[in-house]
Design a protein around this ligand. Sequence first.
Ligand code: ZN
Length: 247
Amino acid sequence: MIQPTVRTLCRIAVFGFLLFCLPTAVTSGAAMPDSFYLPEIKTDHPALSDVDIVIDVGHGGIDSGTFYGDILEKDINLSIAKRTYELLRQQGYLVLMNRIDDYALSGENLWLRSKSRHIKDLAQRAHMANEVNPKLVISLHVNAAKRPSTRGAIILHQKDERSKALASSLQNKLNAYYGIEHDPVYGRTYYLLKYSKAPTVIVEVGFLTNAEDRALLTSSEGQQALAVKVAEGVVAYLKEQEKGSQP
Ligand SMILES: [Zn+2]
């Protein structure tokens, strides 16, 4: 028997100020055509138009990301994301975070029918960003390496030139902060980079496996300093793009 249920179509949060849900009636059942899942949130809702930046907050809920003892990547991502959000908002940019607390996005996914929780989570992030159509997407993550000496930030980009420019801008700011020269990397195999239409980068803000980075990643001063650099990188890119688009 097919029972209609109400699900949350979209939980996009403007952190601290707005959490809106667009409920829609969906019907669960094997015979349902895929098209039934297609969301209709092409709306004139003021929070969905003219968005400058989507912050994809890596992992959440059951998915902790990488970890070191009881230090979980998902918590660091969220804390740095909130700080970055505030910094960008203060400069007048319209910013959306795709999670503001500790939950998995896979449970929300209506865009892709997949048995893989991981894929559903990633699909939710990419397709939600595509609905919002921002100027750019930054996906915040924390890295891990076999060698404990490996440290610093690494930015992964799409094939797209604007994604590369955004990655360079972020990489430069974070390299200067760390005093380490990393190059941005083409993240060919990453789902989000593949399917997100706006210029998108994955920002690996530091290595949890390195003691110095870990101290930064787990202290409020370090998180704030990293958020400042991420915000600076985003703003530098946007200013560059604005210059380029002027006649
Ligand atoms: Zn991660």
